[in-house]
Design a binder for this molecule. Sequence first.
Ligand code: TIU
Length: 220
Amino acid sequence: MAEIKAEPFAFPLKRDQLALIVIDMQRDFAEPGGFGASLGNDVSRITRIVPDVKRLIEGFRDAGLPVVHTMECHKPDFSDLPAAKRDRGNPALRIGDEGPMGRILIAGEPGTSILPELAPVDGEIVIEKPGKGAFYATELGNILKSKDIRQLVFAGVTTEVCVQTTMREANDRGYECLLAEDATESYFPEFKAAAIAMIRAQGAIVGWTAHVDDILEAIN
Ligand code: TIU
């Protein structure tokens, strides 16, 4: 059987059932003036993974395998934004407020778009999601079912928030999940390390982790 070198043990690759999910590589999380910065974070860490995310996306494209992009965002009228999310804490700008890249985390605004280097190409699936997890209140589950996808490789930001939440949702839905360690990032290096450790603990309780090079070698 084909395998991807991974932790805590080799990932049992079923190539024809595999897709890549790129989580929230949006300007709002990576550039000054966006949502991530409004929460008080140093966003410069996020842009450092862009070359590795790009290599992974291009590897899946070259292999003819599906690429799914997600975007955390809300409708302009807030109809999918719980007050508990908008009102949380004391950010410099709240979701929906006007910032230097348009309204924070609102669909269609410049800041909400995916970084240009990683932009979806024709035919790729783009999921706009109101939650941290990409299955909640979206068509993702139905789309994956219709394509008979059973295994998911994950990249994107942030490791311990939207990436880990989506991996846990996917794991509970019966998907085998593999996190690309060098194609994910957090504002907090210790949270990234902890998320990776807890995902693969207890015999891959949530899933596997692997390096981009090893994933690309196995799929191409
Ligand atoms: N704040 C933080 O770490 N993340 C988010 O709010 N969203 C995502 O992870 N995409």
